[in-house]
Design a protein around this ligand. Structure first.
Ligand code: FES
Ligand SMILES: [Fe+2]
Length: 325
């Protein structure tokens, strides 16, 4: 079932990692919509995964001379969506302009393929660390989660669970207090002041320290933080973005960026992030209601929940419907 959330359809949604698109076309499901991704010399392209002729899934076909070839009767579509060959017609016969694939906006950035279902050319959020020579970037994900996208993003933005869900890693129960912080809304950005958190194993290296977190909401399904260790001038940033496959069915991805040597391979950094993620997963998969309440009276929020309140208000203002109530 296609999910008609126009706010999300208007934006860029991470479909997969760039490295996942191989020589053969692949299917991804975005907001219930079957999408085929394929690559040719010009780059990566996204079509509705449906042949106009008899409804075959184009993702079962192949790429030939830069065209996507339907598996059923061999019609060939250019990256623009135009059908340039119908093998059953005599050579040189005119092809009706109705023979077209439905195309979606598609681009590669930050190691991912992004799809824009409404073809309205939105601006993708900025994540400067990715292009900064001072940072090493590690692509994280895909990780599946059976939860609504806003529950997953709100969890990522939640500083007060660190001492409990991530006890021994990102916090300790003896130091659960959250320093007072404000949430700022400026030029459409929503971000926090620095929040002090004591961490026994801040980055998987086993070293305990007080670190400073700043969070920011980048779009309804993407958020970031920077964790700064002022004693060493170390910074670790990460964004997480969520691909809404279905109502309660997501795939999470992210980029981790370090401006210091963490003494770990990419695989080890990913493994540490997976460990943290598996601690969050049962929490978000079992929250009730499944949908994030946008009525701010529906749950009890205290002052350290300011960011989650800011996020909920933002979703309400934008008119996001998927996974909220
Ligand atoms: S269904 Fe695609 S060519 Fe016939
Ligand atoms: Fe967490």
């Amino acid at each position: 079932m296609v999910i008609e959330d126009q706010v999300l359809r208007d934006g860029w949604i991470a479909a997969c990692r760039e490295v996942d698109v191989k020589d053969d076309p692949m299917q991804v499901i975005i907001l219930g919509e079957r999408v085929v991704l394929f690559k040719n010399e010009e780059g990566i392209h996204a079509f509705k995964d449906l042949c106009i002729h008899r409804g075959a899934a184009l993702s079962l076909g192949k790429v030939k001379d830069g065209c996507l070839v339907c598996p059923y009767h061999g019609w060939e579509y250019k990256a623009s969506g135009e059908c340039v060959k119908i093998p059953q017609l005599p050579a040189g016969a005119a092809i009706t302009s109705k023979a077209k694939a439905i195309t979606f906006g598609c681009k590669a950035s930050y190691g991912f393929v992004w799809v824009n279902l409404n073809n309205n050319e939105p601006v993708l959020f900025d994540y400067p660390e990715y292009h900064d020579q001072n940072y090493r970037n590690v692509i994280w994900g895909p990780q599946t989660v059976k939860a609504n996208p806003p529950r997953i993003i709100e969890n990522f933005l939640d500083v007060s669970h660190l001492a409990f869900v991530h006890e021994g890693y990102l916090g300790v129960q003896e130091k659960p207090e959250i320093s007072d912080y404000k949430v700022h809304t400026k030029d459409g950005r929503i971000f926090t002041d620095e929040i002090i958190v004591y961490q026994p194993n801040a980055d998987g290296t086993g070293i305990s320290k007080d670190v400073l977190y700043t969070y920011e909401v980048l779009n309804p399904i993407t958020a970031r933080f920077t964790k700064r260790d002022p004693s060493a001038n170390h910074e670790f940033s990460m964004f997480m973005t969520v691909l809404p496959v279905g109502e309660c069915d997501c795939i999470a991805f992210g980029v981790e960026s370090f401006n210091y040597d963490i003494g770990q391979t990419d695989e080890e950094a990913i493994e540490f992030q997976n460990t943290i993620f598996y601690q969050d997963k049962p929490i978000v998969e079992n929250q009730k209601p499944e949908e994030l309440p946008l009525d701010l009276q529906a749950e009890l929020s205290l002052k350290f929940d300011r960011l989650s309140i800011g996020y909920r208000k933002y979703l309400k203002e934008l008119g996001v419907t998927l996974g909220v109530e």
